[in-house]
Design a binder for this molecule. Structure first.
Ligand code: FE2
Length: 494
């Protein structure tokens, strides 16, 4: 029995394949089409998915007709005649039984049924699906019970995206840049303005609702602050992030007192805010964020939402496979000689982070590495790179207890020796850490072990292997094109 889960037709299409109850493949359309956030499926992605057999049933991540009622309400008349999921798939010769999930239940299911928790409080926070923008669930005894729901147009995600656009960035894509800019700003300067101008009500211990003064679906480009200097932009980013963190924390306080669980699951696009995610540990003993918590991850979630069943989640390495042996020796050799290298090997990561299979890797020590990698990637100079570290060493270099795990780069930790590793530490001395053990990724673990033995350093800089303006490198052909264009030799499987 082959089952497909599919999200898309609005942005960032993704496809997941289950062979019986086993998740065997998941990838993003953009990785094949090279169109950032591509909303449509394509023949190359379908070809990879069909390697596991033709689907018997296809699940879709939201309810198109319900969504159209909201689009009608919000004046998105141009979207009312958009094609149906069934007719889109028929273009690729797939004409099978179709089932639908609701947008937020797909998020909740993608989180709960891939977690190891028997019971959990689940927060889904995003921009917009059909009507819902913010839901809270209690996962218990294999079922999901919705305990709170908030609807359009009151949306924290839409507000954060509107602020992203107000700072001259691309909404629904560059929110992570706003988060990075926040570390350079002083939140106090615009804190009251942002709060007073946008919010009618914020969440509190008795009521998690968030009410905005205006509908921010079309952005807030007319919002008044006179942005004179670059510092003003950083200060607004800092105020936005600070208020988001307060909203997030207050929602968690409400959840903690209304749902009897010490486990937390966070899903929806807002779960990519790794600075806020880190605050969860103040209130919850254990936290799970599926490595692709946004809408693309709902390709998995829409299937699980219908099955109401846990799966043995295999991790984030689910995409296109560049077959062969992980090139440990050539990576070490290049790192020792040149300090910077790249790798494209094994199954591509499903989700926004490169976690060692489509990565640029570098020695994180020394003052010049950050500039050299930034030059290759043409990135904003204020943005730091992430460290990947042996899990058993994380407490020696970051302010966490021994045994802390972060295999998907979802939290920021304080670095204990920021001066030693300037390339992987942000202006506020934090790092978005990836920990690796021998089960998460045996080859990357072995690579780090050898690197540690040779250099005394258990950390590498890890950043995504992508061509400027394009999604993450996917195939061997993409990798060779990247290597030729940027003059960095790439390590492919042996
Ligand atoms: Fe969503």
């Amino acid at each position: 029995m082959i089952t497909w889960g599919w999200s898309g037709l609005s942005h960032d299409a993704a496809l997941a394949v289950f062979d019986n109850k086993k998740l065997v493949f998941a990838s993003h359309s953009e990785r094949y089409s090279h169109i950032k956030n591509d909303e449509y499926l394509n023949a190359e992605l379908i070809f990879d998915a069909l390697q596991y057999g033709r689907p018997d049933v296809v699940y879709f991540y939201e309810k198109p007709l319900l969504k159209k009622t909201r689009q009608l309400y919000s004046g998105q008349y141009n979207l009312l005649l958009s094609e149906s999921p069934q007719s889109h798939l028929r273009k690729f010769g797939i004409n099978v039984k179709f089932k639908f999930s609701s947008h937020h239940k797909s998020h909740a299911a993608a989180g709960y049924y891939t977690s190891s928790f028997k019971d959990a409080a689940i927060l889904c926070l995003d921009s917009i699906g059909e009507w819902e923008t913010f839901t809270i669930w209690h996962g218990k005894n294999n079922s999901l019970n919705k305990v709170y729901s908030q609807g359009y147009p009151n949306s924290v995600g839409l507000w954060y995206s509107a602020m992203t656009q107000r700072l001259g960035l691309k909404p629904l894509e560059h929110e992570y840049i706003l988060m990075g800019m926040a570390a350079l700003g002083d939140y106090k300067k615009y804190y009251n303005d942002v709060k007073n101008d946008f919010f009618k009500k914020l969440p509190n211990i008795n009521d998690p609702s968030i009410i905005f003064k205006n509908n921010l679906h079309r952005g807030c480009l007319l919002w008044k602050p006179d942005l004179k200097s670059e510092q003003d932009y950083y200060d607004i980013a800092a105020a936005t992030q600070k208020i988001y963190e307060e909203i997030f924390e207050n929602i968690l306080i409400w959840m903690k007192s209304n749902i009897d669980s010490s486990n937390l699951v966070i899903m929806g696009g807002c779960a990519l805010n790794c600075v806020a995610n880190t605050l969860s540990f103040k209130l919850y003993d254990d936290v799970w964020i599926m490595p692709n918590p946004g809408d693309a991850g709902s390709a998995i979630g829409c299937v699980l939402s219908n099955w109401n069943q846990y799966i043995d989640f295999p991790g984030a390495y689910l995409g296109h496979n560049i077959k062969g042996k992980y090139p440990i020796d050539s990576i070490i050799d290049k790192l020792l000689k040149d300090k910077i290298t790249a790798v494209a090997s094994g199954k591509a990561e499903f989700g926004p982070r490169a976690l060692g299979n489509r990565s640029i890797l570098a020695d994180p020590r020394g003052k010049t590495v950050k500039d050299r990698v930034n030059k290759i990637k043409h990135r904003e100079p204020f943005r730091p790179f992430a460290p990947v570290i042996l899990e058993e060493c994380v407490h020696k270099y970051f302010n966490v207890n021994k045994g802390f795990k972060s295999p998907y780069m979802q939290y920021t930790l304080n670095c204990l020796e920021p001066n030693k590793f300037p390339a992987i530490v942000h202006y506020d001395n934090t790092s978005r850490v990836q920990t690796v053990n021998e089960y998460d990724h045996p080859d990357l673990y072995k690579l780090l072990k050898i690197w540690y033995n040779k250099t005394g350093c258990p950390i590498l800089l890890n950043t995504s292997l992508n061509i400027k303006g394009e999604p993450l490198v996917n195939s061997k052909k993409d990798a060779l094109r990247w290597s030729k264009k940027y003059g960095v030799e790439i390590c492919l499987p042996n």
